[in-house]
Design a protein around this ligand. Structure first.
Ligand SMILES: [Mg+2]
Length: 194
């Protein structure tokens, strides 16, 4: 495989934070529906009240997010090799811009939830491919949750890397799990050397 683009997730991947998604979902009463799809289905005062619950959690987590070790090194490697780097997040443009500015990071393409394209659908990944002029087989995805995996599969992207300290959580998923960015960078360098 000749990698031409890498699509990164933001929260939990490029930056580290401690969202308690289970608790947030309970607080919102989403049931089995994804948070954004659930909120988008609401109307009137309930809609604005619940959106602000999510936004409050996001503001807190954004404020305290730290850059994951090894991110600059990996982005530097991609730039050196002429490989595009994209960012796809279900977070808002405001929080994303805040984090990119805070840590001085630049991506060739950034898709946030204002696009109306959300993981776990593959639609935001397909949008990246369209904008960068790439095919699913040219790209890999780097994420930290099952949403990243489902979105990649939905978009037809077969090379999926997850960063997680609990690889057993992803047993049976068609993914490679790495404990941190340094291991992933090493692995990508070996792929690129072939
Ligand atoms: Mg994530």
């Amino acid at each position: 495989m000749k990698i031409k683009g890498v699509i990164f997730d933001l929260d939990g991947t490029v930056v580290e934070n401690s969202y308690d998604w289970l608790r947030i979902r309970e607080e919102l009463g989403t049931g089995a529906t994804s948070i954004l799809t659930y909120l988008d289905s609401l109307e009137g005062p309930e809609r604005s009240r619940k959106w602000s619950v999510l936004e409050t959690h996001e503001a807190e987590q954004t404020e305290t997010s730290v850059l994951r070790g090894g991110v600059r090194g990996l982005l530097g490697l991609l730039r050196e090799r002429g490989i595009a780097a994209a960012l796809v997040t279900n977070n808002s443009r405001k929080n994303t811009d805040f984090l990119l500015n805070k840590f001085g990071l630049a991506f060739d393409c950034v898709i946030t939830r204002e696009s109306g394209l959300w993981k776990p659908s593959g639609a935001p990944f397909l949008e990246v491919l369209k904008r960068l002029g790439l095919e699913p087989g040219d790209c890999c995805v780097v994420g930290d949750t099952s949403f990243d995996v489902l979105a990649a599969i939905d978009a037809g992207i077969g090379v999926i890397f997850l960063l997680s300290g609990e690889p057993e959580k992803f047993a049976g998923f068609p993914v490679e799990v790495f404990p941190d960015m340094a291991f992933l960078k090493e692995y990508l360098e070996s792929l690129l050397a072939v």
